[in-house]
Ligand binder design. Sequence first.
Ligand code: ADP
Ligand code: MG
Length: 322
Amino acid sequence: MISEFDLIARYFTRAQPGHPQVVLGIGDDCALLNPTPGMVLAISSDMLVEGRHFLPDADPKKLGHKSLAVNLSDLAAMGARPLGFTLALSLPQPDQTWLAGFADGLFALADAHDCALIGGDTTKGPLNICITIFGEIPPGQALRRDAALAGDDIWVSGTLGDARLALAGLRQEVALDPAEQAAAAARLDTPSPRVALGLALRGVAHAAIDISDGLSGDLGHILQRSGCGALVKLDALPPGPVLARQPQALQREFALSGGDDYELCFTAAVTQRAAVLAAAQAAGITVTRIGSIEPAAGLRLVDASGAALDLQFSSFDHFTSP
Ligand code: ADP
Ligand code: MG
């Protein structure tokens, strides 16, 4: 059986050319990181727990991707540039096929974002993956949740709801053909963190959040922290291509409250519409205007004709959701 230190050396230690921000990587008591002078550090942790965030038979390569993707998504939502990350891994046994697949998925995404693995911890226990990511941002330019202003447009990137639809397909709550299931599952298993969009929105957007628990709940965090409310045009929400073939009621529910999309929801002044579209084009992603920020608290939903809709979809919560 492979030892703890051989495991770290074989699967997680690599030569790291081209990462000038890493002064010292894996192998000492601490990693040493050198942010660009004058920049503020952005730090976030996300944990993935077997049986909670993924099934015991989850493909390790996809799991490696998703573990890092959810952390990169937090940097994206802040407008931060990735620098590096640590990996705390608890494993029932050192299964080398699993480790090789996990490392493959992890490093493919890390390399795509020039984000180095700089350290971590490895222990025996229930399968649990915790990544802490470090990024940098110019002072005063973070896309904070408390920065929305009344009158702002509300935007979302990409499309919503296909990740939730994949889950419904897996649970056989919705009948999907194999091609639809595969297309939707790609959104659930290998989300694309919108890092380039987050960077392009610096100085353009006011507030931003990544959509991990569902748009209504995540937008609700912006509203609460910014002390305002919102009007959202339900039929303006961009459904994922697979969800778009489902009945309208399901499209509305999953686009509004399905989780795991990892798109960005952000607000920007009406005068910034052209700048938002230019940022999205530069980042290679579509953006859709879905409503506006209003002074009065609460989230108001309207249909295409402007009539109020009284829909209550709750977002995911680890302690109160079923
Ligand atoms: P310590 O005893 O100081 O906690 P460890 O023996 O746990 O150090 O780890 C040795 C080195 O390997 C450290 O640099 C640590 O950051 C790194 N490391 C441990 N586990 C991982 C992992 N899963 N991924 C990346 N680096 C790791
Ligand atoms: Mg340790």
